[in-house]
Design a protein around this ligand. Structure first.
Ligand SMILES: NC(=O)C1=CN([C@@H]2O[C@H](COP(=O)(O)OP(=O)(O)OC[C@H]3O[C@@H](n4cnc5c(N)ncnc54)[C@H](O)[C@@H]3O)[C@@H](O)[C@H]2O)C=CC1
Ligand SMILES: O=C(O)[C@H](O)CS(=O)(=O)O
Length: 475
């Protein structure tokens, strides 16, 4: 029996004429039906957000209490949310539970940051002629935030938009990914239970291109925050005019395994961080550059670690690698691998698809211009690339159009910092892979990986405006 969800607009559950069928990504059964927002519902959501922002002024402490309660309610309902993520995203149960724990953190951090929003003093009196003036800044909410989120973290990446937006005193219109909308709608129920005033949060499911365009053309929205592919991010950038746009986009994450690395540790970490959630994580390891002197040893340990990964039903608590978001996406990954093999690459493990499941795959003998190397594959596919000297390796790493996060394994700190200062990324992990993130850290990339930083403290800075106030004390 599939569940039915309506849209969350102005504190009410609103049904629409059309619906979206949300599939269980492993069984391909219909898991839920969700009302599909049309132009009327999106307009209602934006109108509700604007009216609520103008009429409801929650204190910082009230915002803190609501967000704290949402964090607690989330933890109390952990299994419901984990199950929702397993079913609609196909995420293995243990990783879905981890996502709920992280979103609990994200909302708790947002609650705490709600009490720390402030400006700073400005010593204008130090300027000649301003001896009798005082100045300081304050941070004010931007108003209505338009948020669009991706399928792969249907809870935590939504939390990273809603939490800071509410903490900062804004109202929000959220459009979750069409493949995974129900988790965000469940989250809206928690805000309702926590007493968030009507209209401050609105969730509209539906076509990204249609709703996205309508949101972008609506002047009542002050800031857009988008997480998704670079392709869509570019479209948004071209249509957003002068409104602030926060873009968290794609990556083809590099990891360097230096000749002085702990090979065992590097192999185990790369195996885990290349294939979690079937590689559908934007900081999933996709390119691993291995010093030629340790290539055989690293590869042997990497393949051993991959052999221990459990592939299959995401409902099984032992599963490490479940299905991809759709059979089309799994076929795309298969096509990219086959194209690489036709051009000389070798599959040392994997290269096999069963419906929506694509098995953990490692390629060697790849070339820079292969899509498995230079594009974002967003699948359980890893390319191992030997290197001779670190400078050439850094050049190859930086050839990517992306720059979100990278990693290097080495016991030589001089090498680590030499590399960290030269790679073009938003975050560089030493003795960890690219796929490291805790929710309080500043997170965001350079180049085609977007701009702006997420993490509640940093998102709040993006979702508020700093206003200067100068006091003239002259008699
Ligand atoms: N940098 C980061 O923090 C993250 C980046 N991503 C990236 O997201 C992608 C995978 O997620 P997907 O949901 O497949 O991305 P996507 O770009 O296909 O969709 C993302 C969201 O945008 C909406 N959308 C689609 N077309 C749109 C348009 N023309 N205008 C406005 N909205 C539109 C979709 O409905 C969805 O809600 C990968 O590229 C991945 O790297 C995913 C997670 C985190
Ligand atoms: O970018 C993503 O896909 C997620 O932010 C990765 S994380 O939250 O699991 O680090």
């Amino acid at each position: 029996m599939s569940e039915q969800f309506d849209l969350f607009i102005n504190g009410n559950w609103v049904s629409a004429d059309e619906t979206i069928e949300v599939l269980n990504k492993y069984t391909q059964d219909i898991y839920a039906t969700v009302s599909k927002a049309g132009e009327k519902e999106v307009d209602q959501a934006i109108d509700s957000a604007e009216k609520a922002y103008k009429s409801t002024k929650l204190s910082a402490y009230e915002r803190y209490k609501i967000l704290k309660q949402v964090s607690e309610l989330l933890q109390e309902n952990k299994e419901e949310f984990a199950n929702s993520i397993v079913k609609e995203a196909g995420k293995p149960l243990k990783q879905a539970r981890t996502e709920v724990d992280r979103a609990t953190q994200t909302f708790e951090l947002s609650a705490e940051e709600a009490k720390r929003i402030s400006g700073h003093g400005v010593p204008v009196e130090a300027a000649p002629g301003s001896e009798n003036r005082m100045a300081f800044t304050i941070r004010v909410p931007v108003g209505v935030v338009g948020a669009i989120s991706p399928f792969n973290f249907p809870l935590n990446l939504v939390a990273h938009k809603i939490g800071p937006a509410i903490a900062a005193g804004n109202a929000v219109v959220l459009k979750p990914a069409s493949a995974t909308p129900t988790t965000a709608l469940r989250m809206a129920r928690l805000f309702q239970e926590a007493g968030l005033p009507a209209g401050l949060l609105n969730v509209v499911a539906g076509s990204g291109s249609v709703i996205g365009k309508q949101m972008q053309q609506d002047k009542r929205i002050s800031v857009y925050t988008f997480t998704g592919s670079a392709e869509v991010g570019l479209k948004l950038k071209q249509n957003t005019g002068l409104n602030k746009l926060i873009l968290e986009l794609g990556n083809n994450s590099p990891v360097i395994v230096d000749k002085e690395a702990d090979i065992e540790k590097a192999a185990a970490n790369v195996a885990q961080k290349s294939f979690a959630f079937a590689g559908q994580v934007c900081i999933s390891v996709q390119r691993v550059y291995v010093h030629e002197s340790i290539q055989d040893s690293f590869q042997q340990k990497l393949l051993q670690a991959i052999k221990e990964l459990n592939v299959g039903d995401p409902n099984d608590k032992n599963t490490d690698v479940g299905p991809m978001i759709s059979e089309d996406e799994a076929k795309r990954a298969e096509d990219w691998v086959n194209e690489a093999v036709e051009n000389g690459a070798k599959v040392v493990v994997g290269g096999k698809r069963e419906g929506t499941v694509y098995y953990p795959t490692v390629l060697t003998d790849v070339q820079k211009d292969m899509r498995v190397v230079c594009d974002e594959i967003f699948a359980p596919v890893l390319c191992t690339i030997p290197f001779h000297d670190i400078d050439t390796c850094i050049e190859d790493v930086n050839e990517s159009p992306y720059g979100l996060q990278g990693g290097i394994f080495t016991k030589n700190l001089d090498t680590a910092f030499y590399v960290a200062k030269r790679v073009e990324v938003g975050g560089m992990m030493i003795n960890d892979s690219s796929q490291y993130r805790v929710d309080l850290m500043p997170y965001g990339g350079v180049k085609n990986s977007g701009w702006g930083k997420e993490g509640p403290k940093y998102s709040i800075e993006e979702m508020t405006e700093e206003r200067l106030i100068v006091l003239n004390l002259e008699e």
